[in-house]
Design a protein around this ligand. Structure first.
Ligand SMILES: Cc1ncc(COP(=O)(O)O)c(C=O)c1O
Length: 453
């Protein structure tokens, strides 16, 4: 059977309606920011293979780190043993992560990193003899993964609403999104939006903190909600609130924003956030292998020491701390240093903003949001009223399909066209990325653009 046939007959693709999916692209190889399909066509990896790839595909340093580790051992368990790459990586992550992290609990996806964080937070209070803390506070349009715990603290209606019967209840705080500020009036300035949304979170904590084990949020950018960039001042206020309620653990979900995506190593740095726990995945291995980490402070870890039956964290996954993945992650961190990735990105971030600016002229582009290499182009039916396109029109999806014709692979989030290229993307490649997205918008929404995007 040809791979295309096998794919269409046997693979169930995630987040995919198979009635409308045809296997049109099978990626067989890649180099740098380019993906090559089996027919010899190449595509720019415009969303970093789902927000994971950092330094380009087949980076020699990561390739050889994995090969070296393969020459030793591919997998051993962390249950009752350890391995050098996972030990060394834990030390490095604890040193660079926001807050005062000292312990790393490994798993294999963003969802499992979050799931572990929620269970650690819940059990932490029990282990300390504090009863009644069985709820979480999260942001209304948050996304933390697809396992049931992660969905319980999530709020993307289309993905999550249908599972409502299976979820545990919790408290929600408004999403600080200045373009559609959830707190009236809608035309708040970004600063007002930040202040009002943070204050709403504070009020909920004030009333319910005795029941709340943890407050989880995506710092700086709520990715899956549509690349919503938090307005200036929001994170700083969240840090103040965190200090006001030390009996609620703050969990920073940096699965999407970690490892340079926002222009800083971690997005918490944008507002001096000092969380009690940090969830990492996606870019942790440079986009090579599945690996995730839940980082905690020593204070949290200490509460789990003691009696086996009552204090132990009975949670873990088979491939926890996989040495191949940890070797890739160590090599990726080396590249950050050797190639001065963060410093070199800054110019490219500004360049990307310049290239994106003319897209504003298009009458159906409502807002362009950018933080570092995370970009969301929100398409609206009416720019004046900010009226959205009905989801069933699949506008974002159609724009992304059109962009493929110009050799760029991107994926939308509803009506938001997402660009999130590898950190290694160079200016010329950004030109292509933005050109293809703009071309897709024109192709699907038709209107001529005065600025000639
Ligand atoms: C902020 C955030 N948390 C958690 C997840 C879940 O990660 P995974 O898909 O690896 O389970 C995602 C995925 O997009 C995410 O953006």
């Amino acid at each position: 059977m040809k791979p295309e046939t096998a794919d269409s007959r046997h693979v169930w693709h995630p987040f995919t309606q198979h009635n409308e999916y045809e296997t049109s692209i099978l990626i067989g190889s890649a180099r740098g920011v380019w993906l090559h399909d089996a027919r010899g066509r190449r595509y720019l990896d415009g969303v970093s293979s789902l927000w994971t790839n950092l330094h380009g595909h087949r980076h020699p340093r990561i390739d050889s780190a994995i090969r070296r580790q393969l020459g030793r051992v591919a997998h051993t368990t962390l249950l009752g043993a350890g391995n050098p790459p996972s030990a060394l990586l834990a030390e490095r992550l604890a040193n660079i992560a926001p807050g005062d992290m000292s312990r790393v609990f490994y798993s294999d996806s963003g969802s499992t990193a979050v799931e572990a964080a929620l269970k650690i937070a819940y059990q932490y209070w029990r282990n300390r003899g504090v009863r009644g803390k069985k709820r979480f506070l999260s942001l209304r349009e948050g996304y933390h993964g697809d396992t049931l715990g992660a969905v319980s603290v999530g709020g993307i209606e289309m993905f999550h609403e249908r599972f409502a019967d299976l979820l545990f209840p919790g408290y929600r705080a408004p999403t600080p999104h200045a373009y559609r500020c959830p707190i009236p009036p809608r035309d708040h300035t970004p600063e007002e939006c930040a202040a009002h949304c943070a204050e709403a979170a504070r009020r909920t904590l004030k009333k319910h903190h005795r029941e709340i084990a943890g407050f989880i949020l995506e710092p700086r950018v709520q990715g899956a909600a549509g690349m919503l960039v938090q307005p200036p001042g929001y994170l700083e206020r969240i840090q103040e609130i965190h200090e006001e309620f030390p009996d609620v653990l703050l969990i920073a979900d940096e699965v999407a924003t970690g490892f340079g995506r926002t222009g800083k190593m971690f997005a918490s740095e944008w507002g001096g956030l000092e969380p009690d726990m940090v969830c990492l995945a996606k870019g942790i291995t440079g986009g090579y292998l599945p690996l995730a980490a839940t980082l905690t402070t020593e204070r949290i870890f200490r509460a789990f020491r003691g009696d086996y039956e009552t204090r132990t964290f009975f949670h873990g996954h088979t491939y926890t701390g996989n040495p191949l993945a940890c070797a890739a992650a160590l090599a990726s961190l080396d590249i950050f240093k050797r190639e001065r990735v963060l410093a070199r990105m800054q110019l490219k971030i500004r360049y990307l903003a310049q290239r994106l600016a003319p897209l504003h002229e298009h009458p159906h582009v409502g807002e362009i949001r950018q933080c570092g290499f995370m970009v969301g182009i929100e398409l609206v039916r009416d720019r004046e009223t900010r009226e959205e396109f009905p989801i069933k029109e699949r506008v974002g999806h159609r724009v992304c399909l059109a962009a493929r014709k110009k050799g760029v692979l991107i994926r939308p989030l509803g009506n938001v066209v997402v660009l999130n290229p590898p950190l290694a993307t160079e200016k010329k490649e950004m030109d292509r990325l933005v050109y293809a997205a703009g071309w897709g918008v024109k192709r699907v929404l038709g209107e001529p653009s005065p600025a000639g995007i």
